[in-house]
Design a protein. Structure first.
Length: 391
């Protein structure tokens, strides 16, 4: 009803009818026949991936007569045996989401629990266990198109190729069992999401979520010098949708940016200054020559120039105990993602849409021990993904 799009069809000899291109939204169904009064249903909602039955009973009368049927839309979906739960746009917009990952709301469905991959420090987005199976056994669909990240090396990233912003999700359904064979490949759940579409009225949103060092606690493990770890996080973006041609052609687009700079407390075990000079304190043997140093002291002449250089470049321990070195290395995560969707109604029987989605991720991950002697573990990771399905 928000788009003004009208679809028409004819029943068969038994009075059965079917509309295959119905999108998410509110609808009315009307029936006309010669010699009968016009029958109409009350407004009802069609959810994502629904097989919804609307029965109308027509009565003899003039064409000018009209009858409105209450409760024509079946509340119980009796045409399918699948089990699942719809997470509608109202829930997506109003429930808090740390990190703004819409798929986390799948935990509202029965039989769904958090995966260890989701609970990690850099948890994998969209990771949860359904029916006791691994998160890799779930199937993500976006607008009816495969949206699974099949690579097993995407630890810390996502189970989805297109990570849609919550502001861009109309609603999604978590199907946990007895779903149709058309989905295949999974024993866990099918997460069937639909991107928003434009309507005859312009609608949009703007947002920014902020986390700042001044608003954070120091934490249980206090860094050397009592310095509070830095955490600056901004998640911002917006969306807009509306008509291109009234009742026919619509657009929707959204963008989300993510900027996170953090200094997380890290611990490492480094050789002491005495150990770097060859004073190990335990009996040791040269594995190359078999020479034994019973007193645990390696003469300076036996220490190679390379070993001296490596030891000399290591930072000095600043803490007591086995984890005798702590640091606050700087990590940087910059992500950008966007979607554009066009919906067109060609005629009363045919509709098409085209969507383009893009995500770019740049992560700078520091090592625990700084400098070349620490292993040079600073890594820059860049991911660029796009998707352009159309129907």
């Amino acid at each position: 009803m928000n788009t003004g799009v009208v679809a028409t069809g004819k029943t068969d000899g038994s009075g059965n009818y079917e509309f295959l291109t119905v999108k998410i939204g509110d609808y009315k169904v009307s029936a006309d026949a010669v010699g009968f009064a016009r029958a109409s249903s009350e407004t009802f909602n069609v959810a994502v991936n629904a097989r919804q039955r609307v029965n109308l009973t027509m009565q003899v009368g003039a064409a000018s007569d009209s009858i409105t049927v209450s409760g024509a839309a079946a509340i119980v979906e009796s045409d399918s045996s699948e089990k699942g739960q719809v997470i509608n746009g109202e829930l997506i917009g109003n429930l808090p989401l740390n990190g703004r990952n819409y798929a986390d709301l799948s935990l509202l469905a029965p039989g769904v629990q958090r995966s260890l991959l989701l609970g990690a420090v850099d948890g994998r987005e969209g990771s949860f266990n359904v029916n006791g199976l691994p998160s890799s056994q779930n199937n993500f669909q976006l607008d009816g198109v495969d949206n699974n990240a099949y690579g097993t090396s995407n630890q810390g990233f996502s189970n989805q190729v297109v990570q849609v912003s919550p502001d861009a999700v109309q609603e999604f359904k978590v199907q946990t069992n007895n779903f149709s064979a058309e989905y295949g490949r999974v024993g866990g759940a099918v997460i069937n999401a639909s991107l928003r579409s434009g309507t005859n009225r312009i609608h949009g949103s703007l947002y920014e979520y902020l986390r700042n060092t001044d608003l954070n606690a120091t934490g249980f493990f206090k860094p050397a010098g009592g310095v509070k770890p830095v955490l600056i996080q901004n998640q911002f973006g917006g969306s807009v949708g509306g008509p291109i041609r009234h009742d026919k052609l619509f657009y929707f687009m959204d963008y989300e940016g993510y900027r996170r700079i953090s200094n997380t407390l890290q611990f490492a075990t480094l050789p002491t200054l005495a150990q770097r000079q060859g004073q190990l304190g335990i009996r040791v043997m040269n594995p190359m020559t078999g020479q034994l140093f019973s007193d645990g002291n390696i003469p300076a002449s036996e220490i190679s120039a390379f070993a001296k250089k490596v030891m000399g470049d290591l930072p000095i321990p600043n803490n007591a105990g086995s984890n005798n070195y702590q640091s606050l290395p700087r990590r940087q995560d910059y992500n950008d993602k966007a979607d554009v969707k066009i919906d067109d109604t060609l005629n009363s029987r045919t509709t098409i849409f085209a969507r383009a989605s893009q995500r770019k991720e740049n992560d700078l991950v520091p090592g625990v021990i700084p400098g070349p002697s620490g292993g040079g573990l600073v890594g820059s990771e860049e991911h660029y993904e796009n998707s352009s399905p159309s129907h």
